[in-house]
Design a protein around this ligand. Structure first.
Ligand code: ATP
Length: 457
């Protein structure tokens, strides 16, 4: 049917009972050089799926003999490798989310905007890409998750599944547990891999700049806007936008974000026109987002939109057996950077690490090892070089450890107290030195000096 390359045209199954809409869909797809089989019911759809070879399925949600959701579920249960997008009634968020949860690739709301339809089709079939699935980087050590504990295996499996969808993903997990790394992996394993992955720390953008940073602006939109600029959404077009620390978004921005996600359109500041965007949203925070909703700090409607599928990153203490493998890889990387041979971990050092609680997770493990390497003789890392804080070691969390230690010499004792206080503040502020200094009531400069003196990295 395609006028361009009939032999290789991709085949789309279109399911809609309204003749006008079916025709509109069919025409648009044909113009894109695709082959189309239009049907009007769930029954016909299932029978076509059982006998035909399709590259994409586009289904209305409400059909005379059932729901589009049945088609989505059929495709999943039969293990058919076909992306399926659903068409939902205007404003029916529930339906869209239900379909995404059931495994739909994406959704379109009625009335169907043709630019959005085309973008969705291109994204699903990867029509823009010269080499689909060219995500060679997913196997790189830099983007791999090390470890073989059941918790991590489950994460890997879910990442593989999520990479085949366009659904928003919410990644929960403690600070330093690998949330950003997971987001990158989902992107790199997905069809979006050749397009940008834009990571944004929502807590780090001043509130007054947020709108222009996210949506871009036209020249002259405000004083100082001397040239047009793209926002994060435009920059991530075709790819993935990773909203880290999403709980920190101010409420005013939450409303705007929700609108963009719902409409799949953005408007630059100072521009009269909206532009269609095709961006997959992955969000993360170390805080409990549902608690933020309960506290009235996070909009429930946005929470539902973002948290369509949740990926929970396990804390390192739930995967203690993986600590040696991860530690080895960190030591290899750091020693290579320093141009030295890879040091060994002594038995007691390894045991101590495996028993440690790691409030800062893999990132803390990396910091501990980098510091230990500097303190060690360069060949073997001993337990002492690790400088693990006793109150974080497993099983010793009740007592404030410094209190019970030796008070002489006084300087050592005071250093231990100071170190405990600083580490505690750092842990509580997710290793944000500025916030930790504030909590301790000292200046940032003094904080830096004290950390340096005590060898805290
Ligand atoms: N399983 C793993 N194997 C190897 N490295 C890992 C693993 N998990 C995390 N890392 C590494 O740990 C560090 C912290 O990970 P990442 O930045 O993804 O955490 P995060 O949860 O996003 O942290 P934050 O909450 O502070 O933003 C990174 O250097 C990452 O590469």
């Amino acid at each position: 049917m395609s006028k361009r390359d009939a032999g290789t045209a991709r085949h789309v199954l279109v399911i809609d009972d309204e003749p006008d809409i079916r025709e509109l869909l069919e025409l648009t797809l044909l113009r894109m050089g695709l082959e189309v089989t239009p049907v009007g019911s769930v029954k016909e759809a299932l029978s076509q799926l059982n006998k035909g070879q399709f590259d994409l399925c586009l289904t209305d949600m409400r059909l005379p003999d059932g729901e589009g959701l049945q088609v989505v579920k059929h495709i999943q249960s039969q293990g058919l490798d076909i992306p399926v997008a659903v068409i939902t009634a205007y404003g029916s968020t529930e339906n869209a989310i239900q379909a995404l949860k059931a495994g739909a690739f994406d959704y379109l709301s009625k009335p169907i905007a043709l630019d959005q339809l085309r973008t969705l089709i291109k994204s699903a079939l990867n029509l823009d890409q010269a080499a689909p699935q060219s995500s060679g980087r997913s196997g790189d050590a830099s983007s791999r998750f090390l470890g073989s504990s059941p918790a991590l295996q489950a994460v890997r499996e879910l990442i593989d599944k999520l990479a085949r969808s366009n659904a928003p993903v919410y990644i929960s997990g403690e600070s330093g547990s690998g949330k950003e790394r997971a987001a990158r992996m989902i992107h790199e394993k997905s069809q979006r891999a050749p397009k940008p992955f834009i990571a944004v720390n929502c807590g780090a953008i001043p509130e007054n700049l947020m709108e222009s940073e996210f949506f871009g602006y036209k020249k002259g939109a405000f004083t100082g806007a001397d040239q047009e600029r793209e926002g994060f959404f435009q920059a991530a077009h075709g790819g993935t936008l990773f909203l880290d620390e999403v709980a920190d978004l101010p409420l005013m921005m939450q409303v705007k974000l929700l609108r963009v996600i719902q409409e799949k359109k953005v408007r630059k500041l100072g521009s009269p026109a909206e532009e269609a965007i095709d961006v997959r949203i992955i969000s993360a925070t170390h805080q409990s987002l549902s608690q933020r909703v309960d506290d009235g700090k996070f909009r429930q409607d946005l929470y539902y939109r973002l948290n369509v599928i949740e990926l929970r990153m396990p804390p390192l203490r739930e995967m203690r057996d993986d600590v040696p493998v991860i530690a080895r890889s960190v030591l290899e990387r750091v020693s290579e950077q320093l141009g030295m041979s890879v040091p060994q971990l002594s038995e007691p050092a390894q045991t101590a690490l495996m028993q440690y609680n790691f409030p800062g997770n893999v990132r803390e493990l990396e910091n501990i090892l980098e510091r230990a390497l500097a303190l060690s003789n360069g060949h073997v890392i001993e337990e002492d070089d690790l400088q693990l804080t006793p109150e974080s070691a497993s099983g010793e969390d009740e007592a404030f450890a410094v209190g019970s230690g030796d008070k002489y010499p006084l300087q050592d004792y005071l250093d231990r107290v100071e170190r405990e206080a600083i580490l505690e503040a750092l842990e509580k502020t997710r290793f944000n030195r500025t916030a930790a200094a504030k909590m301790l009531g000292i200046t940032f400069r003094s904080m830096r000096y004290r950390m340096e003196r005590l060898g805290i990295n």
